[in-house]
Design a protein around this ligand. Structure first.
Ligand SMILES: Cc1ncc(COP(=O)(O)O)c(C=O)c1O
Length: 369
C-alpha cells in the first residue's frame, strides 16, 4: 500500500544532503558557532526577502513573540487580543510578559475576525497580535483600521507566514513587525529550533537585538537586562542556503493547493482554503492545507487506513478551549464549530503529484460511499 506521511522529516535533510554536509563542514572547520558572519548574512538576506529594513535571528518563534512584546512595551495588566486559532505559544508569550491574553474568533478563511477583535477591546487593551496562520495573511486593512481607531500596537505572529502578502505587502511590514519560526516543519525550516523578528521599526530592532544577547551592545557593554535567545550560526547558514530556493518551494506549495482545489473543489462536504489566485489581495504560502470536513474523524481514520497522515491543528485545542489555563472555553462560535471539522491534509515539498492525486482519490471515494 502507498503511504503518504503528514510530514517527511528525513526528506528535509536528504533533499539536499550534499549541500548541507558542505555547510556543516564549512562552519565546523571555521569554528563559527555563535554570532558569526553567517548569521549576519542570513539576517540581511531574510530582511531583503521579507521586504523589511531589519531582521534579527532568535532561538525560536516563541521567544521571538515575547521578546517583541517586551520591546513594544507590553507588560503587566495590559490586554493583548489574539486569535484563538493559534498555537499556545502566542498566548504563552503574552502571559509571560505579564499581560492578559484575550482570545478572538476566526472566520471562514480561518484568519482572525476583525469584528470579534473590535468587540473585545477595553480600556486595558494595548495590542492586537494576529497570527498569519497556515501561511495566509489576515485582513490587515481592517486590523490596522481598528488599531488606529483605538491607538493599539499591532505585532504579527508570522511563525507560519514567511512570504505571505496582503495587497502586495509582506508580513512584518504593517506596524511593529512580525515574528517567524524556523521549526523544522515550517516552510523555511532549520535542523532544530530557530526563529526571527522582522521589522521596519528601528527602535524595535535595537531593543530585540539587545534582548537576545544579554542586553549587550556592539561594544560588549551591558546596557539593559537581557537573555540568551540567539539563533545558532550553523542554523543561520543552513537557513541562508534554503532561502535561495524558498520562492520555488512556495510555488510548489501553491501548485499542490491548486491540485487539491481542482480535484476536491466540487465536494459539498468540504470547505477548502481559498484557492491561490482566487483573490489578488492575498498571496498565500500554504504552510498548511487546512480544510473543514463533514464526518471529519471518520475521514481522518479512513485516510489513515490507506496510509495517509493528517493532523488536527494544535492537537484539536483552540487556545480559548484550554480551561486549565484559565480560559472560558466558550464564546467564539466560528472557532468552536470549526474545530469539530478542521483537518490538515499533507502539504509539503516532499510530496509528488501522484501523492496528492492519491489523497484526492481517497477523499472522493470516502464521500461517495
Ligand atoms: C502560530 C505559531 N506561533 C508560534 C509558534 C512557536 O514557534 P516555535 O516552535 O519556533 O517556538 C508556532 C510554531 O509551532 C506557531 O505555529
Amino acid at each position: 500500500m502507498k503511504t503518504v506521511p503528514f510530514f517527511n522529516y528525513p526528506h528535509l535533510f536528504k533533499s539536499r544532503e550534499e549541500d548541507f554536509v558542505r555547510i556543516f563542514k564549512d562552519i565546523g572547520s571555521r569554528g563559527a558557532y555563535i554570532l558569526q558572519k553567517d548569521l549576519v548574512e542570513f539576517e540581511n538576506n531574510l530582511s531583503k526577502f521579507a521586504g523589511t529594513k531589519y531582521a534579527v535571528g532568535l532561538a525560536n518563534g516563541t521567544d521571538a513573540i515575547w521578546i517583541a512584546l517586551m520591546a513594544a512595551g507590553i507588560g503587566k495588566g495590559d490586554e493583548v487580543i489574539f486569535s484563538s486559532h493559534t498555537y499556545i505559544a502566542t498566548a504563552a508569550a503574552i502571559h509571560f510578559v505579564g499581560a492578559i491574553p484575550i482570545p478572538a474568533d476566526c472566520k471562514e478563511d480561518h484568519m482572525i475576525d476583525p469584528e470579534s477583535v473590535e468587540k473585545l477591546i477595553t480600556n486595558k487593551t494595548k495590542a492586537i497580535l494576529p497570527t498569519q496562520v497556515n501561511g495566509r495573511c489576515c485582513d490587515m486593512d481592517e486590523i490596522m483600521r481598528i488599531s488606529k481607531k483605538y491607538n493599539l500596537i499591532v505585532l504579527e505572529d508570522a511563525a507560519q507566514g514567511l512570504g505571505a502578502q496582503y495587497k502586495g505587502r509582506g508580513v512584518g511590514t504593517f506596524d511593529k513587525g512580525a515574528t517567524i519560526s524556523f521549526y523544522p516543519a515550517k516552510n523555511l525550516g532549520s535542523f532544530g529550533d530557530g526563529g526571527a523578528f522582522i521589522t521596519n521599526d528601528k527602535d524595535m530592532y535595537d531593543k530585540v537585538m539587545l534582548y537576545r544577547d544579554h542586553g549587550r551592545n556592539d561594544d560588549g557593554i551591558f546596557v539593559m537586562w537581557g537573555f540568551n535567545s540567539r539563533l545558532d550560526n550553523l542554523q543561520a547558514a543552513i537557513l541562508d542556503f534554503k532561502l535561495t530556493y524558498y520562492d520555488e518551494e512556495i510555488t510548489r506549495r501553491r501548485n499542490i493547493a491548486l491540485i487539491y482545489q481542482g480535484r476536491l473543489g466540487h465536494l459539498s462536504q468540504l470547505l477548502l482554503p481559498p484557492s491561490p489566485n482566487s483573490n489578488p489581495d492575498y498571496f498565500d504560502v500554504f504552510q498548511n492545507y487546512e480544510i473543514e470536513a463533514e464526518r471529519r474523524d471518520e475521514l481522518k481514520q479512513y485516510l489513515k487506513e490507506f496510509g495517509v497522515g493528517t493532523l488536527v491543528q494544535w492537537s484539536g485545542q483552540p487556545v480559548h478551549s484550554i480551561t486549565s489555563l484559565g480560559f472560558s472555553g466558550k464564546g467564539l462560535p466560528y472557532t468552536e464549530a470549526m474545530f469539530t471539522k478542521c483537518l490538515m491534509l499533507p502539504m509539503n515539498t516532499a510530496l509528488v503529484d501522484d501523492d496528492v492525486e492519491y489523497i484526492c482519490d481517497l477523499i472522493i471515494k470516502f464521500y461517495s460511499i
